[in-house]
Structure formats: structure tokens, C-alpha cells
Design a protein around this ligand. Structure first.
Ligand code: GRF
Length: 212
């Protein structure tokens, strides 16, 4: 299967997925990497591995309007130029345009560093999630992989992993514990997506069928 991967930062989830493709755990290929931050780690890694990259959305800084695609150009590019089957959001922090959600129904995944539906939604990203988890006194956290709908972090949940939260944790310590699990669960989900091992309950909840 052909994947579009969206990144905004270091791209550690993208790198974990790419490594899983290279060692045969994922039957897919990264056709294109999309980012709102042209110079970020994920884009640099893609360029070092000969993977095409696109900028979305149009980068505006003050009156500087940089390169970047419109939503319509993005959808057209992913569908027709790069012939993507799935879209994988991996540390991408901008809202996905509705036209992209509609172009990839039940074919777009995101990973959130908290146990949705708790600690999710607009404003809950990166360290803010871990700060809120520690402040709440919760004793477990972990990554959630979910299908993307038109809001932030509200699509149907596909998989979660659990890590302990210690009351003495700093946000950085918890973030590192969660990130380690992200790098395990996300490639596992992308592999199932590429193998067609995801079914749907009639009430819209996804089912991940494990490989034999
Ligand atoms: C991770 O916490 C991920 O859960 C969130 O973005 C953060 C950075 O991800 N979506 P990455 O290292 O850029 O993949």
C-alpha cells in the first residue's frame, strides 16, 4: 500500500514506521511526506531517503507567504500524483482540511500521546497532554491510534498501549515513556492497515485482526 505521512517535528513516529517498512514488518511504501514545517526533522529524514516532500498548508510568516499547497492541491496530489491509499499523521500539528478527510474515509490514522477520549481535543498536544495527565493524578497513560474525522482527536479508536504514571514524573519523563510505546503501536497499526486486517463493528468501532 502507498502511504502519505504527515509530520511537523522530529518525525520519530515516521522513522519508526519507515524502519518497519525496511525490515518487512509493514507491506507498504512511503510515497510522500507532507509537513507544515519545511525544515523539520521528519522532512530532512525523508529527503535523505529519497522520499518526495510537500508543504501544507501555505506557510505564512507576517507578510511572507512561503511555498505550500492549497487544500485542493494537496488532495489532488495525494490522490492522483502520488496515488496514496492511506494517510498517516505522525506528529502533525495542524488541522487536517475537511476535503482531505472526505478523500480518505476510514483511511487516515493519527497518534495521540494520551488515552483518548481523556486528555484530547484542541489544545491538548505534546507536553500539554503529559502535564494534564500528571496534574490529574492518573496512574496510567499511553498512546492512542485512531482514525481521523473532522475534529481534533475525536475519530474512532483503533489501538492503545498503557504505561504507568508515577506521581513524581516530570512531563519529559512521561513523554519519553509514552513515545517508546508509540513507536511500537503505530507500526503495528500501519501494518494491519496495509494488510487489510482492519474490520468495522456495525456501530463504527474498528477491529484490528492480528496477523497469524
Ligand atoms: C508525539 O508525542 C506524538 O504522539 C505526537 O507528536 C509527538 C511528536 O511525534 N503526535 P514525532 O516524534 O514527531 O513522531
Amino acid at each position: 500500500a502507498r502511504l502519505a505521512v504527515f509530520v511537523s517535528g522530529g518525525g520519530s513516529n515516521f522513522k519508526a514506521i519507515h524502519a518497519a517498512i525496511q525490515d518487512g514488518r509493514i507491506n507498504g511504501t512511503v510515497a510522500v511526506v507532507v509537513s507544515d514545517v519545511p525544515g523539520c526533522g521528519g522532512v530532512t529524514y525523508a529527503q535523505q531517503h529519497g522520499i518526495p516532500t510537500l508543504t501544507y498548508p501555505v506557510v505564512k510568516k507576517g507578510d511572507f507567504v512561503g511555498q505550500g499547497l492549497t487544500a485542493a492541491q494537496l488532495v489532488d496530489g495525494l490522490k492522483n500524483a502520488y496515488k496514496c491509499d492511506y494517510v498517516i499523521l505522525a506528529g502533525y500539528l495542524k488541522l487536517i482540511p475537511q476535503e482531505l478527510c472526505r478523500a480518505f474515509p476510514r483511511a487516515m490514522l493519527n497518534i495521540h500521546p494520551g488515552l483518548l477520549p481523556s486528555f484530547g481535543g484542541k489544545g491538548y498536544y505534546g507536553e500539554r497532554v503529559h502535564k494534564a495527565v500528571i496534574a490529574s493524578g492518573a496512574r496510567f497513560s499511553g498512546p492512542t491510534v485512531h482514525f481521523v474525522d473532522e475534529e481534533f482527536d475525536t475519530g474512532p479508536i483503533l489501538a492503545q498501549r498503557v504505561v504507568p504514571v508515577f506521581p513524581t514524573d516530570t512531563p519529559k519523563q512521561l513523554a519519553a515513556r509514552v513515545l517508546k510505546e508509540e513507536h511500537a503501536v503505530y507500526p503495528h497499526c500501519v501494518a494491519a492497515l496495509c494488510d487489510g486486517r482492519i474490520g468495522w463493528r456495525e456501530d463504527g468501532i474498528p477491529i484490528l485482526w492480528e496477523a497469524k
